[in-house]
Design a protein around this ligand. Structure first.
Ligand SMILES: NC(=O)c1ccc[n+]([C@@H]2O[C@H](COP(=O)([O-])OP(=O)(O)OC[C@H]3O[C@@H](n4cnc5c(N)ncnc54)[C@H](OP(=O)(O)O)[C@@H]3O)[C@@H](O)[C@H]2O)c1
Length: 419
């Protein structure tokens, strides 16, 4: 029996909400709150009659801590699920602390305005000290560790697929497969086709910021940064086929480097087709990926925000996307003194997701782990106070929930390795 406040009602949140409504004995009451209340009302209306979860809706600007506090105080949830944007992570964490409520999200903090001088000073210092230049990193949220611990509250960070399930795969490999892990390669393959010349599978602004940034990986205790898309490999993905994949910086590398003892190298690869890369390069070259406002006919316009308006809404890709995703981790290391390799991954079909929850597999593979993470917190399986990433918790009940609720694991102990 629990009351959950979900903030955001976009592609990922819609899946998480639908999945929560499939487990009404745990998620007895849900409040969907977002900037545009009409979207929350439309989803609530669709679900009414098909679930015994009691759904209410609210309007909230999650950039405003006092609005959040008012909402949380009036609804009195057991958990706040932040499935809005990474820009709202800190305001929602502040509100949860003020109200004494557990918190979770699916992506680590990054600022909306990367030209803000006070943020930029901290960012530039971090780039120089840590050695990677992504706009997002865990330092902002790890700074809340003491506050959450002292309050006896849990904040679960990055509980989507990657970050999220990929870290549970790492914790699982360490617990059951290895005495020591030497290397981790996280492979994210989307073999889906939506038929548009160019579209992103989740929020375009967040997605394009991520993939146009320099790549980086962790090796022998430090970051190695390389130009965007400069490391390419080909891999044969189970049930998808041969795909080109490129090394990206990705947020879970940062926490895994701290939490997997003795790991020597961690890399992240994502597949992209040539058409996607050509479009992205062209948009970047003409300045359309810029986050800095430009003056146009008397208005301040942020190019990447304008581009978001022109691109297809990721939530609309569901009916037209065919094919499968395959996301997982390949490990090398040792067990009982002998070299060992292990690959654990999930394969998810876009059309099957659409039939179940009217969404494509990218939102599905993020929304289902968000629901399963909430399930872990609400049922007390994951309850260590403080601010934690997924690999810090017992992976077993979480992977069992994923198997049960739509993202079953596949395994291989003789995988092809990535050179
Ligand atoms: N870990 C993973 O594997 C993974 C994978 C994909 C995505 N993600 C993360 O999942 C999150 C959601 O992505 P998405 O694709 O669902 O994005 P989306 O479709 O753009 O949805 C974002 C939602 O947040 C709402 N929102 C934005 N700003 C708000 C504010 N100030 N106050 C209240 N609500 C606000 C939006 O409201 P409007 O409708 O008014 O715009 C929208 O409902 C993002 O943080 C993304 O980075 C994680």
């Amino acid at each position: 029996m629990s009351r959950v406040l979900i903030i955001g009602c976009g592609g990922v949140a819609s899946v998480a909400i639908r999945k929560c409504c499939q487990i009404s004995d745990v998620f007895t009451e849900l409040c969907i709150a977002s900037r545009t209340r009409a979207k929350c009302d439309a989803l609530a209306a669709k679900l009414t009659g098909s679930t015994s979860t009691k759904i209410t809706t609210a309007q909230v600007n999650a950039d405003d801590v006092s609005q959040l506090i008012d909402l949380i105080r009036s609804y009195k949830p057991d958990l706040v699920m932040n499935i809005a944007l990474p820009y709202q992570d800190l305001t929602i964490m502040d509100a949860c602390l003020a109200c004494g409520v557990n918190y979770m999200d699916t992506a680590n903090y990054e600022p909306e305005d990367t030209d803000d001088p006070s943020w930029r000073t901290v960012y530039e210092k971090r780039c120089a000290e840590a050695g990677f230049s992504a706009y997002f990193d865990y330092s902002w949220q790890w700074a809340y560790r003491d506050k959450f611990e002292k309050a006896g509250l849990t904040a679960l960070l990055g509980c989507g697929f990657d970050p999220g399930v990929t870290q549970a795969y790492c914790a699982y490999a360490l617990k059951h497969e290895f005495d020591s892990i030497d290397t981790i390669d996280i492979l994210d393959c989307n073999g889906g086709d939506h038929g548009y010349p160019f579209a992103t599978n989740f929020n375009p602004e967040v997605n394009l910021r991520e993939v146009s940034a320099p790549g980086s990986y962790w090796e022998n205790g430090h970051w190695v940064e390389v130009p965007a898309m400069s490391i390419k490999r080909e891999y044969h993905f189970d049930r998808v086929g041969d795909k080109d994949m490129y090394l990206l910086h990705h947020e879970e590398i940062e926490s895994l480097a701290q939490n997997i003892p003795g790991v020597k190298r961690i890399r992240f690869f994502m597949t992209f087709g040539q058409s996607y890369l050509t479009h992205m390069k062209c948009l970047e070259n003409v300045g359309m990926l810029s986050t800095t406002p430009v003056q146009f006919e008397g208005h301040d316009i942020v190019p990447i925000k304008f581009l978001k308006e022109l691109l297809p809404d990721p939530a609309s890709l569901g009916p037209r996307t065919h094919g499968k995703t395959n996301i997982g981790c390949i490990f090398t290391g040792h067990k009982n003194g002998k070299p060992h390799t292990y690959y654990i991954y999930n394969v998810c079909d876009h059309q099957e997701c659409y039939r179940e929850v009217e969404s494509q597999a990218i939102s599905y593979t993020t929304g289902v782990p968000a629901m399963c993470g909430a399930l872990m917190l609400l049922t007390g399986k994951w309850n260590t106070p403080g601010v934690h990433t997924v690999e810090e918790f017992d992976p077993d009940p979480f992977l069992m929930a994923l198997d049960q609720y739509g993202l079953p694991r596949s395994e291989s102990r003789t995988p092809a390795l990535v050179d």
